[in-house]
Structures are given as structure tokens and as C-alpha cells.
Write a protein that binds this ligand. Structure first.
Ligand SMILES: [Zn+2]
Length: 431
């Protein structure tokens, strides 16, 4: 099976490539990247005026299967991802049952191979039942295909347990993805603690709840000599901690979500339950710090924290609604518009943070690059296309996205996974 993508602006941050070139794909792999490739028997995709990037990877998504298929399932999440420009997503373990066993890890891998239109890689729990007490069988879970470990949604409160998890991760060369939240400080909170929460009267989640745990875990990772990846960085203080840790050669990486980059807590003057996220939307100074961190390289990756919730759960009002944004389908357009069009960062940096760096952090050697031998996972972007977000058109099963009605410049136009066109959906895959 062949595919020839012609005349696209090929951007490969791993090699620094940014040129108008052709890309030839054979049997799911990239075989050639050059000017004017001839392949008479290959179906052709004309990528003139389009950007050809290595397939985007979302390190942080809640797929909800098994257990909460009303909100999302493997097929619907994979279609939302494909539409959003992602060829790989990582599934967080807070499913029901929790992914703390080889059985669930293997179920997600097998069902994703069978039903998903893109790659779904399971992240297993650090502790059994996400209870924060007893470590899972990390060696067995890694052998079954868990790509990383996380107690996302809670954070590991017990420092000793986290220390042991990091030491075990070091032995396995495994990655811990760290949800940093001191629950004694955050308990009961609904939004960022600050002038906006005082004005609106909702209980606050202080920045310190995040900063304290980032600080602790950077220290523990440094002592263990192991890697740690900070999930959804949201505060100025946490940015400073990651910056300092990197200067001291601690092996820390970090991700930031689109919603923390484009929104601050002042958006909550309209207390839309779809703006209720954890960590919460922070203050303007925090957002500014995140922009600087992205520019400097203190933050490594974008990740959606896609967290679908059914309408009946979000329509109960701000105080009662669960945390989360249904973000896979709007992430790329949001950041193309707010960061690239407005010249906060270059397009190459955006591609780096959506693809090359996540592939490196996760150790996915065939991904995150456009070069011979790499997987034929490609995200084709149209920088000129203007889109208006309409939540009724989301292919996710849920609708909890606060960007309804936003006009954005730039969008994913085609998603190719393993040499097959998986988005647009109506385009039959070449044979
Ligand atoms: Zn989290």
C-alpha cells in the first residue's frame, strides 16, 4: 500500500527540516522525503499550501472505556482524536475498573487495535485503585504495554509512596506522569483561589496546591535519578520550579493544556460549568508565565487533558459539575490561532510540542519525525482555514467544550495514521 503526498511544507523538528517536499509512504512507513518524487502507482495527495507535520501525539486523554462509555469510548475518542489532528493518544487510567492491572491494560490495547482509527496507548496507575497507598505491578504493566504510569486526577499524596514509585520507575526505565495536587490544600475548591474566586464566591484552589507537589516530586525525582513528567502545568510557581530543576539537570519534562494557555480565571465571570477544570483556570500572571515557559522550552509538550462528561453531569450548575473539558477537537486550532497566528511561537515549535517532544518523552522511536523508516503518521494542517467551533459538530460523545462559537484561524485538514487516511472520515483509505 502506497501513498504520495506532494508539494507540502514538510516540517520535521527532529531534523530542523522546513521545506516544500514530497513524502512517499509504503506499507505504513515513510520511505522517502525529497523534492519531486515519482511513484506512478501511488495514490497522490496534493498538499500544496498545506503543512505536513509528523503525527500529533496527545500524552493526556481520558478515553473513559472501560466503564463510562456513555461519555466516550475507544472508537469515539479515536475519531475525535483523528479529527483533531492526532495520530496517537495516551489513555489515563481513571477508568472503571481502574487500569491498575494487566487485564485492563491488555483490554485497552486489544480493543484499540480492533476499533480505534488512531493509536491509543494505555497509561497504567501508579497505585492500586488510584488509592495512593500500594504500588501496582509496574514491571508487569510495562511488559503488557503500559506506556507510562500516573495517578492522574488525584496525585500521590504520600511522599514515601511517590519515592518508591520513582525508584521502581528508574529500574524499569518507565515514565511517571505526575498530577501535582496537594489534596489537603485543594479540597473543596472549585476554581483558582484569587480575586476572581473572592468576587464570585466559589471556594478556591490555591496555586500552592500544585506548587507544593511539583516541588516535592522534582526533589524526589532528582534524588532517585529518574525521569518525571509534570502533567498540566498551570501556575507561575510551578513553571519556576520546573525551570530551576532543568537548570540543575533533573530529568523533568512538563506539559501544558490549550485551555490553560488561552483562558484565565476572569473567563469565569460567566460561571460556565464547561470552564470548570482541574487544575483550574489560573490568573493572568500564570497564563503569562505559561506563554514564557512555552517560548523558552521550559514546557515540553502540549496535551489536551481531554475529559468528556455527559451533558446531564455538566448541566447541574458550576458548583456541582465535574471537572473537565472535551478538548481533542479544538486543541490544535486554538493554539494555531492564539500562539502561531499571533506570533507567540513559531509553527515549528508548535509541531515540536505536539509531536516530536511527546514522542521523545514517551520513547516512541518510530514517531514524532518525518524521515525514512518512521511510521507514516502524519498531520496535515491548513494554516489559512478559518473555523468556527460548534459543539454540535463534535464527534466526541460529549459536548463539554467552552470554546463554542470561537472563530479560529488554522485547522487540521487531514490525518494519516500508518499510511491510511483516517480523517476526513468520508475519504476512503487508498489501497
Ligand atoms: Zn490530572
Amino acid at each position: 500500500m502506497k501513498l504520495l503526498i506532494k508539494n507540502g511544507r514538510v516540517i520535521d523538528p527532529s531534523s530542523g527540516l522546513d521545506e516544500t517536499l514530497d513524502v512517499l509512504v509504503v506499507d505504513g512507513k515513510i520511505v522517502s522525503v525529497a523534492a519531486r518524487i515519482e511513484a506512478p502507482d501511488a495514490p497522490v495527495i496534493d498538499a500544496s499550501r498545506l503543512v505536513v507535520a509528523p503525527g500529533f501525539i496527545d500524552m493526556h486523554a481520558h478515553v473513559r472505556e472501560p466503564g463510562q462509555e456513555k461519555k466516550e469510548d475507544i472508537l469515539s475518542a479515536s475519531r475525535a482524536a483523528a479529527k483533531g489532528g492526532f495520530t496517537t493518544i495516551c489513555a489515563m487510567p481513571n477508568t472503571n475498573p481502574v487500569n491498575d492491572s494487566r487485564r485492563i491494560t491488555e483490554y485497552i490495547i486489544a480493543e484499540s487495535r480492533r476499533r480505534a482509527v488512531i493509536s491509543i496507548l494505555p497509561i497504567a496507575a501508579i497505585t492500586k485503585g488510584l488509592a495512593g497507598e500500594e504500588l501496582t505491578d509496574m514491571a508487569g504493566l510495562a511488559a503488557s504495554g503500559a506506556v507510562a504510569f500516573s495517578d492522574d486526577g488525584r496525585g500521590v499524596q504520600n511522599s514515601r509512596v511517590m519515592k518508591e514509585a520513582l525508584e521502581r520507575a528508574k529500574k524499569l526505565d518507565a515514565l511517571i506522569i505526575d498530577h501535582c495536587e496537594d489534596s489537603n490544600l485543594s479540597r473543596g475548591g472549585m476554581m483558582n483561589e484569587g480575586p476572581a474566586s473572592a468576587l464570585l464566591g466559589f471556594p478556591g484552589i490555591p496555586a500552592a496546591a500544585e506548587d507544593v507537589m511539583v516541588s516535592r516530586d522534582v526533589i524526589l525525582a532528582g534524588a532517585a535519578g529518574t525521569r518525571i513528567h509534570i502533567a498540566h502545568l498551570s501556575t507561575r510557581g510551578a513553571v519556576d520550579l520546573v525551570r530551576q530543576a532543568k537548570k540543575r539537570d533533573i530529568q523533568v519534562t512538563a506539559e501544558v493544556t490549550p485551555h490553560h494557555v488561552v483562558l484565565s480565571d476572569t473567563a469565569l465571570q460567566r460561571p460556565d460549568p464547561n470552564l470548570k477544570v482541574n487544575p483550574p483556570l489560573r490568573g493572568a500572571e500564570d497564563v503569562k508565565a505559561l506563554h514564557e515557559a512555552i517560548q523558552e522550552g521550559v514546557v515540553d509538550a502540549f496535551a489536551t487533558d481531554h475529559a468528556p462528561h455527559s451533558p446531564d453531569q455538566k448541566e447541574v450548575g458550576f458548583a456541582q459539575a465535574p471537572f473537565g473539558i472535551d478538548g481533542l477537537e479544538t486543541a490544535v486550532s486554538l493554539l494555531l490561532d492564539r500562539l502561531v497566528s499571533r506570533q507567540v511561537i513559531s509553527l515549528r515549535r508548535l509541531v515540536d510540542m505536539f509531536s516530536t517532544r511527546p514522542a521523545q518523552i514517551l520513547g516512541l522511536h518510530g514517531k514524532g519525525r518525518i524521515s525514512p523508516g518512521a511510521d507514516a503518521d502524519l498531520t496535515i494542517l491548513n494554516l489559512h482555514q478559518e473555523v468556527t467551533v460548534d459543539v454540535r459538530n463534535l464527534v466526541s460523545k460529549s459536548r463539554n467544550n467552552p470554546f463554542d462559537g470561537w472563530r479560529l484561524k488554522g485547522a487540521p485538514q487531514m490525518t494519516i495514521r500508518g499510511g491510511r487516511v483516517v480523517y476526513p472520515f468520508d475519504r476512503s483509505a487508498p489501497t
